[in-house]
Design a protein around this ligand. Structure first.
Ligand code: IPE
Ligand code: IPE
Ligand code: MG
Length: 236
């Protein structure tokens, strides 16, 4: 089936791993483990559909407040996936990028991320963005500080600053705003994700838990998006 009106940038708040595991009488980590399979499936489905940017909310700034054992497991899983998926990313022409408060990540994880970003930097078919230790308020604040530094001693320049100038300071600079934002597991909130960037994003909520969100579900979301009428405040 040919998919029409394909969004340029699809983003996903991957939610429901813990509940998926609980339904099976397992530890939360078991859900995260199975969620990795959904990441692979959705990455493939996005490449196949011709999506240019797929971004995934993998770990929020707030998620640092989870029990240490779960945080460690998630970081370990991230490390393991980075090591394992190089081949798949190269085969599919996928550029890998991590965005977020990188200062909070361990040295080892930062090094592994750097190396995968470098290795895949020349891939042009799709960009896969992993939001790690990210929050929308953190992003907006760091952008505001950076803009203030840039215009230090130039109050007139600051007064003339435009939304485009501000966007250039967000960690997503150069990346188009998400056209479609999917959230799994039935929750209908943004949980401090891309607050600025989602100003005109189309939202798609599904009760499907993240470990069950595979190619068929991804394509279903693209189909729903294709039927949306984006007006941007105008009259048609
Ligand atoms: C999403 O699943 C993964 C992360 C937020 C890291 P959860 O771990 O939030 O699973 P639930 O929402 O508790 O089911
Ligand atoms: C949002 O999920 C963060 C990620 C998916 C990485 P949470 O499970 O942390 O969000 P809340 O707590 O339900 O809002
Ligand atoms: Mg959750």
């Amino acid at each position: 089936m040919e998919i029409t009106n394909v969004p340029r940038h699809v983003s996903i708040i991957m939610d429901g791993n813990g509940r998926w595991a609980k339904e099976r009488g397992k530890e939360r980590v078991y859900g995260h483990l199975n969620g990795v399979e959904s990441v692979r499936a959705c990455t493939e489905a996005a490449v196949e559909a011709g999506v240019e940017y797929l971004s995934l909310f993998a770990f929020s700034e707030e998620n640092w407040n989870r029990p240490g054992s779960e945080v460690d497991a998630l970081m370990g899983l991230m490390m393991q996936s980075i090591r394992k998926e190089v081949g798949t990313l190269m085969d599919n022409g996928v550029r890998f990028v991590v965005l977020g408060n990188r200062a909070r990540l361990s040295e080892g994880l930062n090094a592994a991320i750097d190396s995968l970003e470098k290795e895949t930097a020349g891939n042009v078919r799709m960009t896969l963005i992993i939001f790690l230790s990210y929050s929308g308020k953190w992003d907006i604040l760091q952008a505001a500080k950076s803009l203030a530094r840039r215009f230090a001693g130039d109050p007139e320049g600051l007064d003339a600053a435009t939304p485009a100038d501000f966007e250039n300071e967000l960690v997503t600079a150069g990346i188009p705003d998400p056209d479609l934002l999917i959230r799994t597991s039935g929750e209908q909130r943004i949980s401090n994700y891309m607050l600025w960037q989602s100003a005109y994003t189309e939202f798609y909520f599904t009760d499907v838990l993240w470990p069950d969100f595979r190619k068929r579900e991804f394509r279903k979301a693209l189909k729903a998006y294709a039927a949306r009428d984006r007006r941007y405040g105008k009259v048609k």
